[in-house]
Design a protein around this ligand. Structure first.
Ligand code: PLP
Length: 372
């Protein structure tokens, strides 16, 4: 049995969590501050504002930008649903553009045609840890006076043209659910250099409390999106090892890339030479004519963890019901989504396990072809 993913935790994580338990301070304490300072330094951001999920981080940014009822935000349908839901939380409308067939990131050439007088922001997603071309996104945003929210939830440590993602727009978010590169259990963090967004997000995550520090003074409608001390302790320990964690993932990805190169029927992810990946998942794509679902079923039966990645957002039942989307609306997204499969990917995957996965995929492709 080879699982799809798994966190990489050491004695250091346990020690820091126990330290929190021994201290008796479980919320709004020193570990949260320490984690935020370490993250700000790592990314080179003026502010890092922790929160209880990547989704809540995205929501706070949308809210802090004043995006509201009737506004539009341009984003991608090939993503995890939260990158679009965060727009709906404020009753604004996600406007999708299709993706690039090779990088799976939003097709920047299609953005301009999607801009209307109601457009307020662009929300690119660094899909699977590959940075979007942020030079082009920023140029478009400047030209049309739009804000930029980077969904960097899958991309901690990634760089576009040598610059760390997260602060290449107005604000960005990293997420720390257990399947991400680093984890805090549940958790996320906003990074920004924008004073106003930062001030609002500090208040929004803490029930709308004001800067006066009075516990029962609420100056705006806020949320409870705070990160607890146990999660922050995990974050501190994981961030200390982030270079090691990302290097381990690169090692696994490089082995997969090398071994799959010879496998007919598998299309590998294509990486822009200006992009420095932070490998989140390893996703292969099956060539036209192969039955992804049947192959997936058989790999699962053989004990190999795998899952379609992603199911397009516009074809989620809720989005069909709300907006009337239909199959065919975003053909590249749908074609890619129907052929892709995430395979086992985590720091401690051994070369033997990698060989086993590649072998199994190769055999199931041959079997699928024989049956067609
Ligand atoms: C993980 C993820 C998020 C945030 O997820 P949470 O579970 O709320 O932390 C947002 N966007 C994308 C693209 C993600 O992969």
């Amino acid at each position: 049995m080879i699982p799809l993913s798994g966190p990489d935790l050491t004695q250091r994580e346990k020690d820091l969590v126990l330290e929190v338990l021994d201290s008796g301070i479980l919320g709004l304490g020193p570990k949260m501050k320490q984690f935020e300072e370490a993250m700000a330094a790592y990314v080179g951001a003026k502010y890092a504002i922790s929160c209880n999920s990547g989704t809540s981080g995205l929501h706070m940014i949308v809210h802090a930008m004043g995006i509201k009822d009737g506004d539009e935000v341009i984003t991608t349908p090939f993503s995890f649903v939260a990158s679009s839901n965060c727009i709906l939380f404020e009753r604004a409308k996600p406007v999708f553009v299709d993706i690039d067939e090779n990088t799976y990131n939003m097709d920047i050439a299609q953005i301009e045609a999607a801009i209307t007088p109601r457009t307020k922001a662009i929300l690119p997603v660094h899909v699977f840890g590959q940075p979007v071309n942020m030079d082009e996104i920023r140029a478009l945003a400047t030209k049309h006076n739009l804000r930029v929210i980077e969904d960097s939830c899958e991309a901690i440590g990634a760089k576009w043209n040598g610059e760390p993602v997260g602060i290449l727009g107005d604000a960005g978010v990293f997420a720390f659910y257990p399947n991400k590169q680093m984890t805090t259990g549940e958790g996320g963090i906003i990074v920004t250099n924008d004073d106003e967004i930062a001030d609002l997000c500090y208040s929004l995550r803490n029930q709308g409390r004001g800067e006066d520090g009075l516990w029962l003074s609420h100056v705006r409608l806020g949320f409870n999106y705070r990160m607890d001390e146990l999660s922050a302790a995990l974050g501190v320990a994981q961030l200390e090892r982030i270079d090691e964690i990302l290097a381990a993932r690169t090692r696994v990805a490089d082995l997969y890339l090398e071994k799959f190169r010879a496998v007919d029927g598998v299309i590998l992810p294509e990486i822009d030479p200006r992009a420095q990946m932070s490998w989140f998942v390893f996703v292969i794509r099956f060539a036209e004519g192969l039955n992804r679902d049947r192959i997936m079923q058989r790999l699962s039966e053989r004990g190999i963890g795998c899952r379609p990645y992603f199911t397009p957002i516009h074809l989620q039942p809720f989005y069909i019901e709300q907006f009337g989307y239909q199959p065919g609306d975003f053909p590249v997204t749908e074609r890619v989504a129907n052929g892709t499969l995430a395979i086992p990917f985590f720091n401690r995957l051994t070369e033997e396990q990698i060989d086993e996965v590649v072998q199994a995929v190769q055999e199931e492709i041959a079997r699928d072809r024989a049956e067609n």
